[in-house]
Design a protein around this ligand. Structure first.
Ligand code: NAD
Length: 512
């Protein structure tokens, strides 16, 4: 970071903000937060987290295993009754205080997230603010979380109510880790659950900050515990721990399968938000200028490391040449650069292994006979980190690997289609089903296609604009269950039926 020469005042201010934070990180390292205390691993093991910008070591991080998870799960179990039974108004107050604390540190969170993950500051600044919104939204729902239904029958008064399921595990990935973690943790805490969080090993920095902000806000010790470590060690142990009643997981589909198997002996309830290969379908009657903006935004923002990215562009043949020409110009003009530079649109990818994965798709595209119209190489960016050229692949066929597999980088595959039926067929012909985006000015067609798409979330004439009460989640290999609004409480709570007899019904008299 030291060698960078900032070209603007904002860039310089971001670097200046980061410097003391990095110094403290390097000096103190990152420990687990268990029962309100910062602790090392019982084994004493650590791992290093490095910046994708220049490979510099950011911190030595405690490497948890089953013993540390056991301590954290025990702390969460002990704290559960107190947190569950705290009046909802008090939980609400505390969660709003967490949101205040996040807002107070939003600028710090933004720069740390950029340096730890390589995400561009223009997006991360908003991620911290969105994280605070997640806490506020669910704080306001604390009082309603237990609400149920009244379902009277002739002889009984039947009501349902909801109770928190117990201590839960939350396992998160490295893309936008701060925002994503709050998305899972805030509803769990609002429901009255206690949490053990296992953040991704490639991005531990802001998870540590979150744990500390939650404590600083006055949330009781043991309510949120954070254990760092490797997925197959700490993550696996969390999914197997008998005190943990449910696992909220965001990550790859293959990891979801592993977690389901690991959690089977203890009958874990699972909620999975997994991978995607989401189509954006552009019909020839669409507002093509708006469609172009959305297509570019939904794959090249957040480094393309985004589960809801529209990584397949399905373009109607009649407009394909015209649209691809404009798209090509836009992709060529994307600004790859240092994540703290406000001009940057694409920063370095999270890790050298991920860079290698994304780059492997350049050869795969060529071998399959597709055309790399833009990009297709690593990029020599500031700091020499894991930069890649934004890439556009044209001439793809639906069965090609670049049209089927999640690349999870700034990599867009263009597939032409003839008509509505063919567009739907291509869109659904993948194992994933997270989101779908449709651009057309024919309302009837928009609704027909929305009905036909096999995806959990559809946006018509829009990019992904999140509205917190709506259900978030995927079909097929993209996930199990829904988050958002009241849907989150269905996962973190048990629904209980209580039946009160009016005293009038006939009870069978056996042995009388
Ligand atoms: P990943 O599955 O490799 O890791 C996610 C988390 O799981 C990490 O914390 C990791 O340590 C942990 N883990 C790994 N193996 C484990 C195991 N056996 N048991 C328990 N935990 C384990 O995913 P990633 O590479 O960090 O993230 C990228 C993936 O996440 C992409 O596929 C992306 O689409 C997906 N994602 C989905 C959504 C969504 O909402 N659907 C959102 C963001 C990311």
């Amino acid at each position: 970071m030291d060698k960078v020469t900032p070209k603007s005042d904002v860039f310089k201010a971001n670097l200046d903000r980061a410097a003391p934070l990095l110094k403290a990180l390097r000096a103190n390292g990152i420990g687990h937060v268990i029962d309100g205390k910062v602790v090392t691993s019982i084994s004493g093991d650590t791992f290093e987290t490095r910046s994708p910008i220049d490979g510099a070591v950011l911190a030595s991080v405690a490497r948890g295993n089953a013993e540390d998870i056991d301590l954290a799960a025990t702390a969460a179990a002990l704290a559960f009754k107190g947190w569950r039974d705290l009046p909802a108004s008090m939980r609400k107050k505390l969660l709003h205080r967490v949101a205040d604390a996040i807002e107070d540190r939003a600028d710090d969170i933004a720069v740390l997230e950029c340096i730890d993950t390589g995400q561009a500051h223009r997006f991360m600044a908003k991620a911290a603010v969105r994280a605070a919104e997640n806490f506020r939204f669910f704080a306001d729902k604390c009082a309603d979380a237990r609400d149920g239904l009244n379902m009277p029958s002739e002889e009984h008064w039947n009501v349902s109510t909801r109770v928190p399921i117990g201590p839960v595990g939350v396992i998160t990935p490295w893309n936008t880790p701060f925002m994503l973690s709050t998305w899972k943790i805030a509803p769990a805490l609002a429901a009255g659950c206690t949490v053990v969080h296992k953040p991704a090993e490639w991005s531990p920095v802001t998870a540590d900050l979150l744990a500390k902000l939650v404590k600083q806000a006055g949330v009781p010790d043991g309510v949120l515990n954070t254990v760092h470590g490797i997925g197959e060690e700490a993550g696996k142990a969390l999914t197997e721990h008998p005190a943990i009643k449910a696992i909220g997981f965001v990550g790859e589909s293959a990891t979801g399968s592993a977690i389901m198997a690991q959690g089977a002996p203890t009958l874990k309830r699972v909620h999975f938000e997994l991978g995607g290969k989401n189509p954006v379908i552009v019909f020839d009657d669409a507002d093509l200028d708006r469609a172009l903006d959305a297509v570019v935004f939904m794959i090249y923002s957040l480094n393309g490391e985004r589960c809801t990215s529209s990584s397949r562009l399905l373009i109607q043949q009649s407009i394909a040449d015209r649209f691809i020409e404009k798209l090509t110009a836009r992709v060529k003009a994307l600004k790859v650069g240092h994540p703290l530079d406000p001009q940057t649109e694409i920063g370095p990818l999270i890790h050298e292994r991920h860079l290698a994965k994304v780059c492997s798709y350049f050869d795969i595209a060529r071998q399959d006979g597709a055309v790399i119209a833009v990009g297709g190489k690593p990029y020599d960016g500031p700091g020499g980190g894991h930069y890649v050229q934004p890439t556009l692949v044209t001439g793809a066929q639906p069965k090609m690997r670049v049209a089927q597999e999640e690349v999870f980088g700034p990599f867009l595959t263009v597939i032409p289609f003839r008509d509505e039926n063919e567009a739907i067929e291509i869109a659904n012909d993948v194992r994933y089903g997270l989101t779908g985006y449709v651009w057309t000015n024919d309302t009837g067609r928009a609704l027909r296609v929305a009905d036909a798409l096999e995806a959990g979330m559809i946006w018509l004439n829009s990019e992904n604009v999140r509205h917190l009460p709506t259900p978030f989640g995927g079909m097929k290999s993209s996930g199990i269950g829904r988050d958002g609004g009241d849907y989150s409480f269905d996962f973190y709570m048990e629904t209980k039926h209580v039946s009160l007899a009016r005293g009038t019904h006939k009870i069978q008299r056996l042995g009388a």
